[in-house]
Design a protein around this ligand. Structure first.
Ligand SMILES: [Zn+2]
Length: 320
């Protein structure tokens, strides 16, 4: 069994990370959890055949988790998907998927289906709305969902909250347990998902020192877990391995990493770089103006091998 963190970022575009999406592989089965920005590109980088995606589980309907769902549906087909693509998610998933197929990409699908028959004709996408509880028991996989708390304490109308359901997932196969937190703060659902898991893939938006104003304290309390709580959740649940994902771009991190190689000045703001003492050194100025330039000073992708499964990052130099 293999777990690949295809993206570890959030809604803000981050040159170093794609949006949070995780892949679980077991034999011929490739299960995506969410379909955020860049998912198909990251699958390509990871060497996963794009037509081999069988199933997608959506945790919730924020755009950074479903933004590239269309790409999964269409490109898996164009790359030889043989069977229906099964998509599970909280209520409204079926409506969203059907809208994409019948109202957004209907002409594109018809064009390729009729005009390019070598693709073998459109392979349907089947969406299913689910709630907490057992989802699938295939004999090979046992998959269950739990409701988690992602903004439930914010000041939103009961009518909206009735439509806002966020899920985490627990996958059991080959005697191992993988828990996917989804976007959540600590809550009973997360505790149940994580209980005794071999691996918990846990959202962690901010490092603890970054929670330094009222807005961010509120965010860490009601919206998404941060560095002040994720370790406690994992320890309480007896999780054997904790993988953090869904990070906010951090300018402080850029600053610290640059400090490590002596390129500290001018990296926080491009204006400072242009005026600063190092503007005569082209690399520093380019780094500040174009975040992509920072790749030259990023660490290599993290690869860890666990005895139970491999957990590796496919986001390139961006992911660490
Ligand atoms: Zn979210």
């Amino acid at each position: 069994m293999e777990v690949i963190l295809l993206g570890t970022g959030g809604p803000r575009p981050d040159p170093r990370r794609m949006a949070t999406t995780t892949l679980i592989r077991l034999g011929e089965e490739n299960i995506l959890i969410d379909a955020g920005r860049g998912v198909m590109v990251q699958l390509s980088k990871a060497g996963v055949p794009l037509g081999s995606i069988n199933t997608v589980f959506l945790t919730h309907h924020h755009f950074d988790h479903i933004g590239d769902l269309y790409d999964v549906m269409l490109n898996s087909w164009l790359h030889g998907r043989r069977d229906d693509l099964r998509i599970y998610g909280p209520p409204d998933t079926e409506r969203l998927v059907n809208t994409l197929v019948t109202q957004v990409y209907d002409k594109d699908i018809a064009w390729r289906d009729q005009g390019e028959p070598s693709f073998g004709g459109w392979k349907p996408v089947v969406a299913t709305d689910i709630i907490s509880g057992p989802v699938l028991d295939t004999g090979r996989w046992k998959i269950s969902a739990e409701l988690v708390s992602h903004g439930d304490g914010l000041d939103m109308s009961p009518a909206f909250l009735a439509r806002w359901m966020c899920l985490g997932y627990r996958f059991e196969a080959e005697g191992k347990v993988i828990a996917i937190s989804g976007d959540t703060v600590p809550c009973p659902g997360l505790e149940r998902l994580a209980e005794g898991a071999d691996l918990l893939v846990q959202c962690c938006f901010l490092a603890t020192p970054e929670i330094d104003n009222e807005h961010l304290r509120r965010l860490a309390t009601f919206t998404i877990a941060c560095g002040d709580t994720v370790g406690k959740v994992a320890a309480k649940a007896g999780v054997k391995k904790l993988a953090l994902t869904h990070h906010r771009p951090s300018h402080r991190r850029f600053h610290a990493e640059c400090a490590a190689c002596g390129r500290q000045a001018g990296l926080r703001r491009s204006s400072r770089a242009r005026r600063g003492p190092h503007t005569d050194r082209g690399l520093r100025t380019r780094d500040a103006r174009r975040p992509s330039g920072l790749r030259t000073i990023q660490p290599q992708p993290e690869t860890t091998t666990a005895p139970l499964f491999r957990a590796r990052c496919a986001s390139g130099p961006a992911c660490r």
